[in-house]
Design a protein around this ligand. Structure first.
Ligand code: ADP
Length: 307
């Protein structure tokens, strides 16, 4: 079994500024960095680091070849990644020197050039029982979901970022939905975790759900079944970027391998906790050995505390 991530790749250009640009203003920036981003890329790296057989489908331009290399170096099969005559998706991110707040200008670029033909070609060669993992940062997402289901594939969806178009997606066809509170609220109109889960159970009763709640942990709701809460692992967070992406990659890997949602939630919570103790996105995603060692260390700590 393999997981195909059909998603976005971005170049994040990060500028440090004394204040956000005002209309008509030219502002020097004291520091600049170029980082790899995109939910598709982060989730593919998380899956591969967790040990899953992972492939990637999506699109970049010539300026994004280093993103393909990054995926390949992480063990992801990039043969379905297309290089188009378009700019790679990118973000211009201003970070305020005092306070660290940010303002982001996003250009979808090649991520928004995916069409039905490319989607069908990228799904070719997958077998029933393989999984497709989707987010909401590329064009044609709804069509990819439908094509994948027609082909007998299983679909996991992270409906992020929340957008009005998601209302038209056939959520009832999704096998596993992984979302945070904001996205849950957007899909159900409810703000409380239990009410979000209940709303999703009504809307898509055959879909298993993972609802993440930041430092409040995460809920699992089986299709037609039981609910289970996993507390977050207490750590000192320095940067929560990619917490959800790390959680997604580790949950999916452990759940597909073991079929045990409680175990998969535990592994994902430990992986995401490690990720929030480190700066950055892809670079903050831990390796499977680090997660295993952290779980061991934490369970020994809990056992000692229980005695
Ligand atoms: P997203 O990044 O998609 O918004 P969340 O913020 O809900 O996702 O975080 C996903 C998971 O990451 C949480 O369920 C939790 O396990 C872990 N996590 C997030 N923030 C923290 C934190 N401050 N401390 C420990 N774990 C965290």
């Amino acid at each position: 079994m393999k997981v195909l991530v059909f998603g976005s790749l971005n170049i994040d250009h990060v500028y440090q500024v004394p204040h956000f640009l005002r209309p008509g203003e030219t502002l020097p920036s004291a520091a600049y960095s170029r980082n790899a981003g995109g939910k598709g890329l982060n989730q593919a790296i998380a899956l591969a680091k967790a040990g899953m057989d992972t492939a990637f489908a999506g699109a970049i331009g010539q300026d994004g070849l280093f993103l393909r290399q990054l995926l390949a170096d992480s063990g992801v099969d990039t043969t379905r990644l297309q290089v188009l005559d378009k700019p790679t998706g990118h973000a211009i991110i201003q970070v305020e020197e005092a306070g660290g707040g940010n303002a982001i200008l996003l250009y979808g670029g090649a991520n928004r050039c995916i069409d039905r033909e490319m989607a069908a070609a990228s799904l070719a060669g997958l077998c029933p029982g393989d999984w497709v993992l989707l987010q909401n940062e590329i064009s044609c997402g709804r069509e990819i979901l439908l094509l994948a289901k027609e082909q007998g594939l299983r679909v996991a969806l992270n409906p992020s970022p929340a957008s009005p178009e998601l209302a038209a997606w056939p959520l009832e066809a999704v096998d596993l939905l992984l979302l945070n509170e904001v996205e849950g609220c957007d899909l159900t109109g409810s703000t409380q975790p239990r009410a979000i889960l209940e709303g999703l159970r009504k809307r898509c009763p055959h879909t298993a759900v993972v609802l993440t709640l930041g430092a409040e942990g995460a809920y699992w709701q089986a299709a037609h079944g039981t609910c289970h809460h996993q507390p977050a692992i207490p750590v000192t967070a320095v940067d929560t970027t990619a917490a959800g992406d790390t959680f997604t990659g580790y949950f999916l890997t452990a759940w597909l391998r073991s079929g045990d949602a409680a175990h998969a939630l535990r592994a994902a919570a430990h992986a995401a906790a490690l990720a929030v103790t480190r700066p950055g996105a892809g670079a903050s995603i831990p390796k499977a050995e680090e997660v295993a060692a952290f779980m061991q260390q934490h369970s020994e700590g809990c056992t000692a505390a229980d005695q």
